[in-house]
Ligand binder design. Structure first.
Ligand code: HEM
Length: 496
């Protein structure tokens, strides 16, 4: 009976392994049971490296097939196809997850990232005004407080004129304090307080645990119904407790305030109240949707931006000529504006923009984009039709490192992002924030925040590599973001 059970389990897990061969889609042989993701599943290798190795094998192809455990998934290589899936053919790919997700009982699941179809569209439309230019300008004063604290902290850590700084840690504290103050109106004070709850709860979101890996494994072998039945949740309990308390406390605090802060939380409160007032038939903003979105604005907002800032400082430390040039331009702009950074000034710093884009090219915090086919789609110039439910992966990291679009891809060269050079590349080759209607909602906020923080740092400190700097950076195989295995440490020397 044991042998029969093993054979049956094997047959079940490998049942679809003929899918790509039948369609004539290029692919490599999958590992029995684990498909193409044995390395990441066993925590041996980052998923980014796994996908990139396959991407390089299929030079000259527009796409290739992989198996995520027992399920086929199509990986795109052709930027034209990438752009169709993300933007022009959005009607056929509007969701990231399938219908039967078995996450519905998870109190933090109903955020923009996971919502589907019309519900996503309606919620996205209501939340889009969070980061209009007018709102960003209004947030600038709060951002100033945070950049001021960032500089104070760095001055403290370099009181002898210089010091080794764990930039991964400092950047994530800075971005937590900033999103807290600008979007939630709360003072997290992680830069100066030793309380690390915000950081722990935030980072836990992107770090799979044994439990979440097992649950995802169950979903991938179609045992999601069991996850549902047992009402199991993916993230550690600390995440749920932390974010629901944060959300409740913030909402409570608002009730006692007379002045409207006009930030993200006040948008959420207005949406909820309007719905109640109008007795809306469709309830878009139930408590769980509010809490989920508050959670995602916090969680998706800080580690991604912090990662961008620390990779940028790392590249500037390794490329001193670029650092000098950047400092010259920042100082020039600062001198013209009496030393005070403003929103418009940040927008005008062209070289800073190029440096940041080159950082996001080499080190995109989100190394891949996921879509699920929501309406049958025939791949142009092929005989292949994707069925509803087929997963499509867009390998951002690999496209960003493809020498066809970026010659010498391992060289950090901001000049790739002059207006002329950008115009030479096709759509679908630069996707740090995704593309199309589901592009990152926090893009403008993230860029404003990272640029302001970096401009303050570069104008006041010289950044150098030191013995603690790991070169090259190794990726953490257990993170779904492009997170370094060990924190990035650099030497900061005060300039004035
Ligand atoms: C440098 C910083 C950031 C990077 C690199 C980044 C990257 C991304 C990427 C790649 C996506 C997926 C887009 C797609 O599928 O086409 C995304 C979606 C999203 N991001 Fe960001 N993000 C950043 C900052 C932020 C911030 C600051 C917030 C909020 C305050 C935020 C909130 C979201 C949300 C809610 C979504 C889902 C959007 C939807 O499906 O409608 N992100 N982000």
């Amino acid at each position: 009976a044991a042998i029969v059970s093993v054979l049956l389990a094997y047959a079940y897990c490998t049942r679809h392994y003929g899918h790509w061969a039948a369609l004539g889609v290029p692919h490599t042989k999958p590992t029995p049971l684990l498909g193409h993701f044995a390395g990441p599943t066993l925590g041996r290798e980052s998923g980014t490296v796994t996908v990139d190795t396959l991407y390089r094998r299929f030079v000259g192809h527009r796409y290739f097939g992989v198996y995520q455990l027992r399920h086929p998934m199509l990986v795109l290589r052709d930027p034209v196809l990438v752009h169709s899936v993300l933007a022009t053919e959005f009607a056929s790919f509007h969701d990231r997850v399938m219908n039967r997700t078995s996450f519905e009982h998870d109190g933090l699941f109903n955020s923009l990232v996971n919502l589907r179809g019309d519900r996503w569209k309606a919620v996205r439309a209501k939340l889009s005004p969070t980061f209009t230019v007018a709102k960003l300008k209004a947030m600038f004063a709060s951002l100033h407080v945070c950049t001021g604290q960032l500089v104070d902290k760095l001055l403290l850590l370099t009181s002898d004129g210089q010091g080794i700084i764990n930039v991964s840690d400092i950047s994530s504290k800075f971005t937590i304090d900033t999103i807290g103050r600008c979007a939630f109106g709360i003072n997290c004070n992680t830069l100066f307080d030793s309380n690390t709850e915000y950081q722990r709860a935030g980072q836990a979101v992107f770090t799979p645990t044994l439990k979440s890996s097992v649950l995802n494994f169950m979903r991938l072998i179609d045992l999601g119904w069991l996850v549902d039945l047992l009402r199991l949740r993916n993230m550690p309990d600390l995440v749920y407790e932390f974010y629901s308390n944060l959300f409740q406390d913030t909402m409570e605090l608002r009730k006692s305030e007379k002045e409207d802060r006009n930030d993200f939380i006040s948008i959420l409160i207005k949406l909820r109240n309007d719905e109640k007032k109008n007795n809306s038939q469709v309830e878009l903003f139930a408590e769980d949707v509010l809490a989920s979105n508050a959670f995602i604005f916090f969680a998706a907002g800080f580690e991604t931006t912090a990662s961008t800032m620390s990779y940028c400082l790392y590249e500037l430390a390794l490329n001193q000529d670029i650092q000098v040039e950047l400092r010259k331009q920042i100082e020039h702009t600062l001198n013209e504006n009496k030393g005070i950074i403003t929103y418009d000034m940040i927008k005008d710093m062209k070289y800073l923009d190029m440096v940041l884009n080159e950082t996001l090219r080499m080190h995109p915090p989100g190394p891949g984009l996921l879509r699920v086919c929501t309406k049958k789609f025939k791949i142009p110039d092929s005989d292949i039709t994707l069925d509803i439910g087929m997963k499509v992966l867009i390998p951002t990291y690999s496209l960003h490192h493809d020498p066809v679009y970026y010659p010498n891809p391992e060289v950090f060269d901001p000049l790739r992002f002059t207006e002329d050079n950008k115009a030479l590349r096709p759509n679908g080759t630069f996707l740090p924030f995704g593309d199309g209607p589901r592009i990152c909602i926090g893009l403008r906020f993230a860029l404003m925040e990272a640029k302001t923080g970096l401009a303050e740092i570069i104008s006041k400190f010289e950044i150098l590599p030191c013995n603690d700097t790991k070169i090259p950076i190794k990726l953490n195989p257990r993170s779904i973001l492009l997170t370094p295995k060990e924190p990035i440490c650099l030497l900061f020397k005060r300039i004035k």
